[in-house]
Design a protein around this ligand. Structure first.
Ligand code: PNS
Length: 166
């Protein structure tokens, strides 16, 4: 496992500007960054995984994010299994508030016990501190404008979908 290879996991349902900011900054810190759409058993999804992956790929490309960024999907097994498979020694989590720290800390401890992988918390840009995929789903589902919170590729996708899809 290399500490120069990192994974940014998430539901990305849909990707937000907060996610993109974390991805951009993490891509600048590591030699290789895996952005991984992970099935979260605690959350009922809005978008199919393949669509989340496509929106992430488009958003990363359109944002001109530099560095070696690989986008993937992980639906079966532990997140740490993926990390081991690609030789990543680091997981990256974006932190907006104390709530995120409370949610992420047990997972970071367990993941470290499982394989020794380290978790690095990157503090979200304060401009993104209220941005979440669940908020975007709710606003979009009620017909509101989510363009301040999501990348253009997601805006385009949501515009050609009907609100009842979310
Ligand atoms: O965007 P989200 O929903 O906050 O992302 C949460 C996610 C997918 C990163 C989290 O649920 C996760 O790490 N899942 C991996 C499942 C796993 O390996 N669990 C056991 C150890 S914690």
């Amino acid at each position: 496992m290399s500490n120069r290879i990192a994974v940014v996991p998430g539901s990305f349902d849909p990707p937000t500007l907060g996610h993109l900011d974390i991805i951009r900054r993490a891509a600048g810190l590591y030699d290789e960054l895996h952005v991984l759409v992970v099935h979260n058993p605690d959350k009922e999804g809005m978008l199919p995984s393949a669509l989340r992956l496509r929106l992430l790929e488009q958003s990363i490309e359109e944002a001109g994010i530099k560095g070696k960024v690989i986008v993937g999907v992980w639906t079966v097994g532990l997140l740490v299994d993926y990390a081991q498979q690609v030789g990543a020694g680091v997981l990256i989590k974006g932190i907006r508030s104390q709530l995120d720290v409370s949610y992420e800390t047990p997972m970071a401890v367990v993941n470290n016990h499982l394989t020794g992988v380290e978790t690095v918390f990157l503090l979200a840009n304060p401009a993104n501190s209220v941005v979440s995929s669940s908020l975007v789903r709710q606003v979009a589902g009620l017909g509101g404008d989510v363009s301040p919170y999501v990348p253009p590729a997601v805006v385009r996708y949501l515009e050609q979908s009907t609100p009842s899809d979310f």
